[in-house]
Design a protein around this ligand. Structure first.
Ligand code: TGC
Ligand code: FAD
Length: 391
């Protein structure tokens, strides 16, 4: 009999190595066992269990592409597959991994000294320490070049002042990657610093009234004359492109992740319409319903096929900046459309917690916004095509 490969029409699975398949399978099992059972309650209570970080560490999925300091040394493709599996449960859990791996471990590994790597990476990779990445400020979201957090050089270090806003993990973090500028008459330079939670003058607060990504703790970081010793400056950064290199990594993972959320909602909707009898027949027997299912299948699989290509290119060391903007923009948009349709296909039941879809829908409003909003990625692509900046 002909094999029906409706779920994987492009044979994406056949492009994975045995190691990549095993990582995907292990993470899927972990999600089913440890995350699915707590997700609804955690979302209601705005609760992130910090012990999860050590579990992520034991699974080898923090800083997983590093092959030093305890990292698993996996491919970028495996990192994408992990994001895909975890976001099937909730974007908050994928966010926790994205921030730790791409926005904290990556800059320390890429721009840090050997001493900084030895001091911070092993605990971050094991999940014994939690990190956060402070770039955004209230007046500097899409345009980070407007940040006002400043550093001032002193004899043996730096003094930092400013307030970061909308920072994932700020309320639970041990390690803070902080981006700050120095404004002189004729130039403005950016530097990254590693701060720790017990530094004098560093405070955090929680954003409590967030209606999206509720499991993920988000907050402010208030820096009031914080002294940062010389040896905690990320010395090897090179202006804004170093900041953006962290964002590239996180955006790559997000592009896979949102397809996980969409895929989960697609299958929930498919199972539902196959069983729901309306007008004396299953909803799945109506053409309009099948059209929606086919559109979900098309967009998810086109997205996955493109993610696969971009992962392979990244693993070959190619520059995939344009692909990342295409995927971050398109996958978020298409996933939101798919999840909205899935919600619709469940009628009133689509509004209930136990069907998960509404939670994914509101989460993706965050994912569409952070790491470059949908329109910012259009502008990046427009600038790269025409050479004209329209920001
Ligand atoms: P622009 O003049 O375009 O660039 C300045 C320098 O940076 C280089 N560059 C890049 N390098 C590497 N990768 C990229 N993607 C790069 N994009 C730009 C560029 O070549 C230039 O280098 P050089 O050598 O010429 O100096 O800079 P701009 O100020 O005009 O920026 C434009 C824009 C809009 C693209 C940028 O500001 C942007 O991406 N804005 C969006 C902000 C954003 O994404 N923020 C994310 C905050 S972190 C976060 O949201 C975490 S979510 C946490 C979670 O996952 O849970
Ligand atoms: P704005 O920049 O004010 O944008 C508002 C709207 O205007 C958007 O639709 C945007 O597309 C549009 N717009 C902006 N400029 C233009 C233009 N030139 N032309 C046309 N349209 C434009 N940041 C961090 O640094 N670290 C984190 O860990 C982090 N975590 C986050 C977690 C959550 C839950 C959220 C919601 C945000 C997080 N952020 C984080 C911040 C995030 O990166 C910003 O919210 C994002 O960059 C957008 O900035 P903004 O919210 O200030 O929106």
């Amino acid at each position: 009999m002909r094999q029906n490969n409706w779920f994987d029409p492009f044979y994406i699975q056949s492009h994975l190595t045995e190691e990549e398949s095993n990582i995907q399978k292990n993470v899927r099992e972990f999600c089913n066992k440890e995350l699915k059972s707590i997700v609804i309650d955690s979302n209601k209570k705005n609760l992130f269990d910090i012990n999860l970080y050590q579990k992520f560490g034991s699974l080898g999925i923090l800083g997983q592409t590093l092959n030093s300091h305890g990292g698993s040394g996996t491919s970028n493709l495996a990192y994408g597959l992990v994001a895909y599996e975890i976001e099937k449960v909730d974007s908050s859990y994928r966010s926790s991994i994205s921030v730790q791996s791409s926005l904290v471990i990556h800059p320390i590994n890429e721009f840090g000294t050997e001493e900084q790597k030895n001091n911070f990476l092993p605990d971050l990779i094991k999940g014994k320490k939690i990190g956060c990445f402070g770039l955004t400020e209230s007046q500097a979201g899409s345009d980070p070049s407007s940040i006002k957090t400043v550093y001032k050089k002193t004899k043996d270090g730096y003094i930092l002042n400013g307030t970061k806003n909308w920072i994932t993990n700020a309320p639970i973090a041990d390690v803070f990657i902080i981006w700050a500028i120095e404004e002189k008459k004729d130039h403005k330079s950016i530097k990254g610093f590693i701060l720790e939670k017990n530094f004098e003058g560093l405070k955090t607060s929680v954003i409590e009234n967030k209606t999206s990504l509720k499991i993920s703790p988000t907050g402010q970081i208030i820096l009031n004359n914080v002294f940062v010793p010389e040896n905690l400056c990320l010395k090897n950064t090179d202006g804004w492109k170093s900041v953006f290199s962290c964002l590239n990594k996180a955006r790559f993972g997000i592009s896979w992740g949102v397809l996980g959320a969409a895929s989960e909602c697609w299958i929930i909707a498919k199972n539902y319409v196959e069983n729901r009898i309306m007008f004396k027949k299953p909803l799945a027997s109506n053409q309009l319903i099948q059209k929606k299912l086919s559109e979900m299948q098309i967009e998810i699989n086109l997205g996955l096929a493109s993610c696969l290509l971009s992962a392979k290119a990244l693993d070959q060391g190619k520059d995939i900046i344009n692909a990342i903007s295409i995927l971050k923009k398109n996958n978020c948009k298409k996933s939101l459309d798919i999840i909205r349709d899935a919600r619709d296909m469940l009628g009133a039941n689509g509004l209930l917690d136990e069907y998960h879809i509404m939670r994914h829908l509101v989460n993706l409003e965050t994912v569409k916004t952070y790491e470059g909003s949908e329109d910012i990625h259009s502008l990046i692509l427009g600038k790269n095509q025409t050479g004209i900046s329209s920001f």
